[in-house]
Design a protein around this ligand. Structure first.
Ligand SMILES: Cc1cc2nc3c(=O)[nH]c(=O)nc-3n(C[C@H](O)[C@H](O)[C@H](O)COP(=O)(O)OP(=O)(O)OC[C@H]3O[C@@H](n4cnc5c(N)ncnc54)[C@H](O)[C@@H]3O)c2cc1C
Length: 620
């Protein structure tokens, strides 16, 4: 065994502890740890400035840790990950490659392809679960289908057996010297941070410490001191009221199994002590971890969700892809203080509280009718914890795209939310200094304030702080109109397509509200697999069953009352997209991207650089 030469391919598993690929390699032979940075392959999901800053520092941390274990992290900048891996294999004469699974659509396609190629060349490849409590193909309902509602999914998870943290800790690594054929980049040569970004990035280091050791400390600090008040604190929008673990979890600097087990242990202790509020805090925190699991579950089983909603109802929604309002939203100049404060915090720090994410995202979609994909991409570009799966889940949740998310017609008013979640106006004052002197009574709706109050506060609406970009009533009317338009287009499409008419019969069945979601079969007689199978599964077209039909809509639409919406660049009625939507394989998802982008509006590129700026307590 000691003679084995093994490549450990690091990606978003930048830790030593509970790292199954690293443990397996360390146990079985001599190890070459490698990180390959291949910007070309990231495509439209090339990480933003703050996310790359985090990655750079986390890699530095990991590199130092591996050095102290006796090895060295090889950093490679490449045009092709496969070519880089093959060069590493050649350079050390490796016979095996190991890595941990990723579930986003881009990685699924790439990893599957790389695995196939390596195996064809006679290289042994093993992949492991290091990112999830349960693999996305392990959890299914009693019919063997993939869940499309979070609560049912999470209830099932909570009753399943979970693998404990069993991977042997790595104390020492047998180094594997490379021949001169491959170039070991310095961390700077990887190009994760541009020269122009350095000064803005320097501020990030004051608030955050990337690296798995810091992740471990953050987890311990949270579990020991803050978990007990999570239920109450998670509702506060200012300050550090939640765990702040998201960037660590995204880059795999802390094992989610460890997070789960530490929380569960506290929960059991508190239950024994009769501390029911502590128990409740642990339940809510585990639920948050469950949402992260669910985001991967949805992306894996429905790999089109980075491009299209899970529910097909939004297919005909007349979005307003208006660059001016998109810019006002990005710059925090909508005239709604809570929204603007959130967007300025996001730009300045790369992080905002979940509640603020929901508020600003809902505003973009419901008030401005901006395509949810634009918002998703902007978050992707600007968040420190930018995580494709969680970002998709968040945006689909707020835009009426999930059967258990906010309804499309639900419209929360930022003024009311401001009074509820920022009652003293402290959050707004922190991020909008131009409103700092506004009395609390008016701070969330300065447009209603008497002129004398505005004057005394030094606020001139339209001059040093914008007037509301759209009036609440007008926004509500516009959203209602858009929904009617969507139904009208849907009805026209139904009438135009004979295929579609057939499907509508299915839609008439009572209680079949979610039938617009393709059914994904995870477990049937033909596909039985064991829990904790080491191999990465790939979503397959055979897994999709059932028809794609839309939710039931009112039969009569007052078409005459509807104003034509000219901005509708979405799918035109009658164009059947059924084939595309049924394509759920990772492979077809990538190929499909080309086709789809021709028909629908694309996400504005480099949206971050355009930014002119240097119901329910159980909701997500
Ligand atoms: C529109 C929108 C976009 C979002 N984009 C991202 C993103 O790009 N990256 C990201 O990590 N989270 C995203 N979230 C989820 C959530 O806002 C953050 O995970 C959370 O605010 C991170 O703070 P925390 O670590 O202190 O969370 P805590 O409340 O302490 O939760 C602990 C962990 O649970 C997970 N979690 C909590 N809430 C969610 C959730 N709603 N969805 C998925 N996972 C969750 C995170 O990993 C988080 O670190 C988004 C939410 C919305 C509404």
């Amino acid at each position: 065994m000691a003679g084995n030469k093994i490549i450990v391919w690091f990606r978003r598993d930048l830790r030593i502890e509970d790292n199954p690929a690293l443990s397996a390699a360390a146990r079985d032979g001599r190890v070459l740890p490698v990180f390959i940075w291949c910007p070309k392959e990231e495509g439209q999901f090339y990480p933003g400035r703050v996310s790359r800053w985090w990655l750079k520092h986390s890699l530095l941390y990991l590199s130092q840790s591996l050095k102290s274990l006796g090895s060295q992290l090889l950093l490679i900048k490449a045009d092709s990950t496969l070519a880089a891996l093959l060069a590493c294999i050649d350079s050390v004469g490796a016979t095996r490659v190991v890595f941990n699974h990723l579930y986003d659509p881009v990685s699924l396609v790439r990893d599957h392809h790389i695995k196939e190629q390596l195996v064809e060349l006679g290289i042994s490849v093993q992949s492991y679960n290091a990112d999830l409590l349960y693999e996305p193909w392990e959890v299914y309902d009693e019919k063997g289908l993939a869940f499309t509602m979070f609560d049912a999914y999470w209830n099932t998870c909570m009753h399943m057996q979970m693998e404990p943290v069993t991977h042997a800790p790595v104390w020492r690594l047998e180094p594997l010297p490379t021949s001169g054929m491959i170039e070991n980049c310095s961390i700077e040569d990887l190009g994760l941070e541009d020269e122009t970004e350095r000064s803005s990035n320097a501020l990030l280091g004051r608030g955050w410490s990337p690296g798995w050791g810091h992740a471990d400390k953050a987890l311990t600090e949270f579990i020991e001191h803050h978990l007990v008040s999570y239920a109450e604190n998670r509702l506060k929008v200012g300050g550090n009221s939640t765990s702040l673990l998201s960037p660590y979890l995204h880059f795999g600097e802390v094992s989610v199994r460890k997070v789960f087990q530490s929380t569960r242990l506290k929960q059991i202790l508190w239950a024994k002590e009769g501390n029911s509020s502590g128990e409740e805090c642990a339940t809510l925190f585990l639920r948050a971890i469950g949402l992260r699991e669910y985001s991967r579950y949805l992306c894996f089983n429905f790999p089109f969700t980075h491009e299209k909603p899970l529910l097909s109802n939004l297919k005909y929604f007349p979005w307003r892809p208006d660059q001016t309002s998109f810019k006002a939203w990005r710059q925090g100049r909508t005239g709604y203080p809570l929204v603007d404060a959130g967007m300025r915090e996001l730009w300045a720090t790369g992080w905002i509280h979940n509640r603020i994410r929901v508020i600003v995202a809902s505003f973009a979609v419901k008030f401005l009718l901006l395509p949810w994909k634009w918002g998703m991409k902007y978050f992707w570009d600007t968040l420190l914890d930018a995580d494709l799966e969680s970002d998709i889940l968040g945006w689909q949740y707020i835009s009426g795209s999930l059967p258990d998310g906010h309804e499309l017609e639900r419209m929360d008013c930022p003024e009311v939310q401001g009074c509820k979640f920022d009652p003293e106006g402290e959050y707004v004052r922190q991020w909008l200094p131009e409103l700092a002197r506004m009395p609390t009574e008016w701070i969330h709706h300065p447009w209603d304030a008497p002129t004398s109050v505005l004057k005394a506060s030094g606020v001139e609406l339209g001059l040093n702080y914008p007037k509301p970009i759209i009036d609440v009533d007008a926004a509500r009317a516009r959203l209602t109109e858009a929904i009617f338009k969507m139904w009208e287009l849907e009805a026209t499409a139904r009438a135009c397509s004979s295929n579609y008419t057939d499907e509508v019969v299915g839609d008439n069945s009572e209680g079949d509200e979610n039938s617009s979601i393709p059914k994904v079969v995870l477990k049937d007689r033909a596909t039985s697999f064991t829990i904790s199978s080491n191999d990465q599964r790939v979503p397959s077209i055979q897994n999709l069953k059932g028809s794609l039909v839309c939710k039931k809509r009112p039969n009569e639409i007052a078409v005459n009352e509807l104003r034509p919406v000219h901005d509708n660049l979405q799918d035109q009625p009658g164009s059947s997209r059924r084939d595309e939507e049924e394509c759920s394989t990772a492979e077809s998802s990538a190929a499909k991207r080309q086709t789809i982008s021709r028909e629908s509006f694309s996400v504005p590129q480099s949206s971050s650089s355009l930014n002119g700026l240097t119901s329910n307590e159980q909701e997500i």
